[in-house]
Design a protein around this ligand. Structure first.
Ligand code: CA
Length: 316
């Protein structure tokens, strides 16, 4: 059965990357909980999606005047003690409106930012208390940018992961990154034995030298297979919409990746923001799992995806 990867926790129901969102995803029987990781001014690793902190916290009102010239507030400009004073909100857009209006009410509740170590301790504690073996799925965010800011995020993350017992390919973890050069470094230079995932975005998305168009070719995937265990492509890279009334079809990327020996873990499956051409989450999960045969799914709604996968396993 494909792995259910709780994207930023059960963020369809609670603000992304908060510990409550992670505990909820755990209770919804996700196979893996995702952590995006960025670094504070005092070199602490915190679980946040972006190097900016203004779309998910009250930083602008709590620390006015601390934005950079571009008007954005950066995690790297605050110590962990300051970050801990912030209130986390459901994600807002540039105008301060909720990105997903049907989700948890913005600017309500009592949520904060936590460290990578604190989240790993939560997962270990829940695994012990329940007898479960839920895994973690941390992402090294913007390693080149962090390097420019004077910190080696990758080495810092590997130290914390090792300290929490994540050491080899048999452990319940996938380590992910958009930056292909950094993943080569992780494997070859840093000697990391964890399972690795090359995220595949649009060439215009990330400020790294990674060429996702090339990596998606047969040659690129063969090269990747020398370093990583899986690819994590944007869902739109795996299918082509059918003409009116026609079913979607594969772009061939899933098949090429499997041919190269790579697992395929696409992102993101959202009940309230379906990929173009799908009428329901069930249709979308059905196409990706039955027609394409992907090996895992990043989802904001781990309970719904789990239920759909269980239904397929029962032959319904
Ligand atoms: Ca991520």
């Amino acid at each position: 059965m494909p792995a259910v990867i709780a994207h930023r926790g059960a963020c369809g129901y609670l603000p992304e990357h908060t510990l409550p969102a992670k505990a909820m995803a755990y209770a919804m029987a996700a196979d893996f909980l995702e952590q995006d990781v960025v670094v504070t001014r005092d070199d602490e690793l915190v679980v946040l999606h972006d190097i900016h902190i203004d779309r998910v916290t009250d930083v602008a009102t709590r620390y006015p005047g601390r934005a950079r010239e571009d008007g954005r507030y950066y995690v790297r400009d605050f110590d962990l003690a300051e970050i801990r004073t912030l209130r986390v909100t459901e994600r807002l857009d540039r105008e301060g409106r909720p990105v997903y209006p049907g989700r948890f009410p913005p600017r309500t509740g009592h949520f904060g930012v936590h460290t990578l170590a604190e989240e790993l301790a939560l997962v270990a504690g829940l695994n012990r208390a329940t007898g479960g073996r839920t895994g973690v799925y941390p992402e090294i965010k913007r390693p080149a940018w962090h390097h420019e800011q004077g910190v080696d995020i990758t080495v810092a993350m590997l130290e914390v992961l090792t300290a929490h017992g994540y050491a080899g390919p048999e452990d319940a973890i996938f380590l992910q990154c958009f930056d292909a050069g950094e993943l080569v470094r992780v494997r070859q230079e840093l000697g990391c034995r964890l399972r690795l995932v090359q995220l595949i975005g649009e060439n215009s998305w990330e400020e790294s030298d990674t060429d996702y168009v090339y990596l998606s070719t047969e040659g690129g995937l063969a090269e990747l297979a020398g370093t990583v265990d899986a690819i994590g492509p944007w869902v739109n890279q795996l299918y082509i919409r059918g003409a009116a009334g026609q079913p979607p079809r594969s772009t061939g990327l899933t098949e090429r990746a499997h041919e190269a020996g790579l697992l395929v873990h696409p992102y993101t499956f959202r009940a309230d923001s379906l990929a173009p051409g799908f009428g329901s989450l069930a249709d979308m999960v059905g196409f990706f799992c039955s027609d394409l045969g992907v090996d895992g799914l990043f989802t904001d709604f781990p309970d719904q995806v789990r239920q759909l996968l269980n239904g397929r396993a029962d032959g319904r």
